[in-house]
Design a protein around this ligand. Structure first.
Ligand SMILES: Cc1cc2nc3c(=O)[nH]c(=O)nc-3n(C[C@H](O)[C@H](O)[C@H](O)COP(=O)(O)OP(=O)(O)OC[C@H]3O[C@@H](n4cnc5c(N)ncnc54)[C@H](O)[C@@H]3O)c2cc1C
Length: 386
């Protein structure tokens, strides 16, 4: 098996690493402290082609692959996980369903601005009473006079409330066959009457990312705003989440690497008992674990991303399993890395003067978003036939 990156993938990694170090990292503390969205950073990521990375040039993409996107997300998240999730959600949750399931007209209408990073699209699956059990969606859409009339609520939606947010794809119940709800995906452009973006959340971390609840009150969209076939919503969001999970794993690897970088640097400087703490075996073992687990997680991401690229729109059980495993392992490994990084910093680790405090606050959500660790374990258990 060849683990070497192609020349293009290496170039993307180097470009993103430089950009993250020179542009993202210097702004991270300020965005975090003031809970600001990095419009200028998003604009520059757009100019670098990051929002269009895995899509072909015919639709305005950069002609790369999903692995290249994962490499980019890792490097950006190494500097700021909030910016990393902005990119991840825009590409994997916003543009991907439109690219995979959209009609020619929908793609032509929406993708150019989204893939250039000029605008952001979001993905509204989670509801107040339907998160892990996403099939329990209560939001409904009724067909009236050739339109879909939507009523319901979504919560924790990324990228829906910025000045450059363009709209959201939601799942809604559009009918029933017996006990089964028919779930379809509908595209709702921002500004549609009855579509309300509510006040942003007070979050533990990811302060540079945008997250809001949404409500829909007799919100009418034209029939042509249905994405894919009627009743296809469930299959679509499973496919969308498969890619999303690999990308969240990549984001986690970025944070794990940032924790290792910070902890190793600090351990070489900080002295106790007449020696740098990096010379104490207890600290060395923590650093060794962080390095090993980050590398294992990265390898899992590469493997899952390659399988996702090879499968294309036909996601297989193998790809779903690799996605669940990489997301589960990388998110938990990055949390351990953040914990170790704070511990290695001692009291300073608890102070916001060092970035490890931010990494620690930011990392927890990786075990929650796009399917919790429990959901990943349930999925893996099912796929191995337990
Ligand atoms: C910052 C942030 C951004 C997000 N962005 C988006 C977005 O852009 N779009 C979107 O649609 N969603 C988004 N989400 C939502 C996220 O995907 C959900 O929060 C997640 O899927 C969990 O759903 P829940 O919060 O309803 O938890 P619940 O489903 O209520 O789960 C609560 C707890 O119970 C556990 N649990 C549930 N069922 C079982 C079971 N059968 N067995 C064992 N344990 C179980 C869960 O693992 C969890 O620990 C975001 C969330 C956050 C925090």
């Amino acid at each position: 098996m060849d683990f070497a990156l192609t020349q293009e993938q290496q170039a993307i990694r180097d470009t993103c690493r430089d950009f993250a170090r020179e542009v993202v990292a210097p702004a991270a503390e300020e965005l975090d402290r003031h809970h600001k969205f990095g419009y200028d950073i998003v604009r520059q990521m757009g100019e670098l082609g990051l929002f269009g990375l895995p899509y072909p040039e015919e639709v305005g993409g950069a002609g790369g692959d999903f692995l290249a996107l994962c490499i980019a997300i890792e490097e950006i998240s190494r500097a700021d996980a909030g910016v990393g999730i902005t990119l991840e959600a825009a590409v994997c949750l916003g543009s991907s369903p439109i690219y995979e399931f959209g009609s020619k007209e929908q793609k032509e209408k929406w993708l150019p601005d989204l893939l250039a990073g000029r605008k952001l699209w979001s993905f509204g699956l989670t509801e107040p009473e339907a998160g892990s059990d996403a099939g329990a969606t209560k939001t409904r859409a009724e067909r009236r006079d050739g339109k879909w009339v939507i009523n319901g609520a979504k919560q924790f939606i990324t990228n829906c409330g910025t000045d450059i947010s363009l709209g959201v794809t939601i799942t809604a119940v559009t009918g029933r066959s017996g006990e089964e709800a028919e779930i379809s995906a509908l595209m709702v452009p921002k500004g549609t009457p009855g579509y309300h973006v509510l006040e942003s959340y007070r979050k533990l971390g990811w302060h540079s990312s945008d997250t809001h609840p949404l409500s829909f009150e007799d919100c009418e969209v034209p029939a042509e705003n249905m994405l894919g076939p009627r009743g296809g919503g469930y299959r679509q969001f499973l496919h969308t989440l498969t890619g999303g999970r690999i990308a969240i794993a990549a984001l986690s690897v970025g944070v794990g690497q940032a924790c290792l970088d910070a902890a190793l640097g600090y351990a070489k400087e900080r002295r106790t008992f007449g020696a740098p703490i990096s010379k104490h075996q207890a600290i060395q073992f923590k650093l060794a674990d962080m390095a090993m687990e980050t590398e294992v997680a990265r390898t899992m991401v590469y493997r899952a991303a390659m399988a996702y690229d090879a499968a294309g729109a036909q996601t297989t059980d193998e790809v779903r399993m690799l996605a669940a495993m990489s997301k589960l392992y990388a998110s938990e490994a990055s949390k351990r890395a953040a914990d170790n990084a704070v511990q290695i910093h001692g009291g300073y680790g608890f102070m916001e003067d060092y970035p490890v405090a931010r990494y620690w606050r930011d990392v927890k959500v990786n075990e929650i978003g796009e399917g919790t660790s429990e959901v990943q374990r349930m999925l893996i258990a099912r796929l191995i036939g337990a």
